[in-house]
Design a binder for this molecule. Sequence first.
Ligand SMILES: [Mn+2]
Length: 433
Amino acid sequence: MYNGMEFAERRKRFFSHMESNSIAILTSNDTSTMSNDVEYYYRQNSDLYYLSGFKEPKTVLIFEKNDKEQKFTMVVPPRDPEFETWNGRRAGLEGAISIYGADESFSNEDLEEVLSEKLPNYETVYYETERSKKMDGIILGLIAKAYKAKRKPKTGPHTIINPTLVIEKMRTKKSAYEIELLKRTNQISIEAHRAAIRETRPGMMEYEIEAIYQYHFLKNGARRPAYTSIVGSGVNATILHYIENSDRVENGDLILADCGSEYQYYAADITRTWPANGKFTEAQKEVYQIVLDAQNECIAMCRPGVKFSDIMDKSIRILTEGMVKLGLLQGDLDELIENKDYRRFFMHGLGHWLGIDTHDTSRISLKESVLEPGHVFTIEPGLYIPTDDDIEEKYRGIGVRIEDNILITEDGHENLTASLEKEIPDIEKLMSP
Ligand SMILES: [Mn+2]
């Protein structure tokens, strides 16, 4: 259901962040060809979507802020009965106003004309380069032309600001409406994970497990995964972004599945690791419990006012202690941390923002942020043990990652994926016939 009020509220806030006498121009992502006339599934530019809820390609949003007004303009593909018969419905110029709340709308066939009338009137231009080469040419051309025109007094555009920096700052704080969508996409993904864990048997192919996720995502209205599903068995679990998913699951393997749905443009990002035959070996238990302890302790730290880097440091300390305990590393704990020796077995960050994108608002460093209510991010420690000769044989090729999605609340946090089993007895129970 399209929530017009929500998007209007976001635009109001975006206007309030814009400098006086400025214009913002946001361009949709280009479509992309898979082969001949078959296109990849189209996904809107996340910032454009955030401010409009509009999903069609070949669209431009224009925000004008001057002494007299704040005007929101949509330049969209016009209605076209023949095109729509082949390719689906369009909102058109009328829908842009009546449904999407534009103050005015134009056909994208008139884009250059619309921009050449508006852009020279503003000093500051919010525009993200390199999203569309064609738009880059138009915008930079118009700025150059306005400059050459030597208007008196000179008031033409002279500053370009990347709007993404402003919008991403807004996007890190989720509204009540966004939190509802994040809860829904997480619930869908939790059910998918639970089914995958329960239905796993030695001898299955990794892609059969991937299929369980796809089925549950689609069946529940999440039309696609938020990212390419990672299902690695055995030593494949030690490859961080293993997406081939084409090996046979052997008895005695651990399976690491990092899979999340996208529901109404909101991503879930969950990882679980479980034994193919339903029982962890002692060596697998040892490694798994270290990662789980690190994850549980880090989640317990999540509350407003805490620096994410402190949580990250905590995870590194617990994991490095574990590496020493397993004999993977030898020496003084502080020195091992100082020298980053742990990176041989834990080589990625502890988490990332989550929202419309799986790796949400990536220009804003989570690591350098102080947590606030409305923040949503992942906590995902891991241990990845290579098959090298210097490692005790029973630990070779074990890969474990456990990932939950955390919302910061007024007085602490809510783990949006808490109901999905991760304690060893709970996973073994879930898998028992
Ligand atoms: Mn993640």
